[in-house]
Design a protein around this ligand. Structure first.
Ligand code: FES
Length: 201
């Protein structure tokens, strides 16, 4: 009986050491699963994934787009949490707002990331059909306006959809439509607050 009690006390004393050694192994594993976790922050792996935060909301006046196919480019910055001495990484994503036609003439918009889903070049809105036909190996239908990538000539139609939404690939090697920005119309302003989840390109 005496012996068992001594064993029990020894085990009790060893528990912090066992716990420390376990933490030493678990912590790197947790940080492998979720790189933004702090040291020993095992519980963080069960939290919701970190979401990027906008560094600055981008706004345009609707009046800046007087007619269908008016467009403007912008740069959107978002902060991604990162477990480094800096604590975050700022990513800059080029975007484009395009006013699209509507049956009643009211302003409709699409807001695209300009990062090409093929290999990451920055593509342009090319509203001149002759320029697309000459430079991008694609002949638009009459009135069709497109985004086009100068690197490998992928062409995207902002009025057509694929399984990822608007911006269907109508020519070239891109595997999918580009990412879109989330935005709202507020008091005659277009307010762009985040990139749709899933990545940069
Ligand atoms: S990077 Fe745009 S088509 Fe290849």
């Amino acid at each position: 009986m005496q012996f068992e009690r001594r064993d029990f006390i020894k085990t009790l004393l060893a528990l912090p050491v066992i716990g420390g050694i376990t933490a030493l192994f678990i912590s790197p594993f947790v940080r492998y699963l979720k790189p933004s976790s702090g040291p020993l922050a095992t519980a963080e792996v069960f939290k919701q994934p970190d979401k990027p935060a906008p560094v600055r909301i981008v706004k345009f006046d609707v009046a800046d787009f007087p007619e269908p196919w008016s467009f403007k480019y912008f740069m959107f910055q978002e902060a991604n949490r990162e477990y480094t001495s800096v604590g975050e990484q700022i990513k800059t994503i080029p975007g484009a707002v395009v006013r699209t036609p509507s049956a009643d003439g009211s302003p409709n918009f699409v807001v695209f990331s300009r990062v090409c889903p093929h290999l990451g070049c920055v593509f342009n809105f090319v509203p001149h059909e002759a320029e697309v036909a000459k430079g991008y190996n694609y002949t638009p239908n009459p009135g069709q306006k497109v985004f086009a990538c100068p690197c490998h000539l992928s062409v995207y139609d902002p009025m057509q959809e694929d399984t990822k939404g608007r911006g269907k690939v109508v020519s070239g090697p891109a595997p999918r439509s580009p990412f879109k920005f989330n935005f709202e119309l507020q008091a005659n302003q277009i307010v762009i607050s985040s990139l749709e989840s899933g990545g940069i390109s």
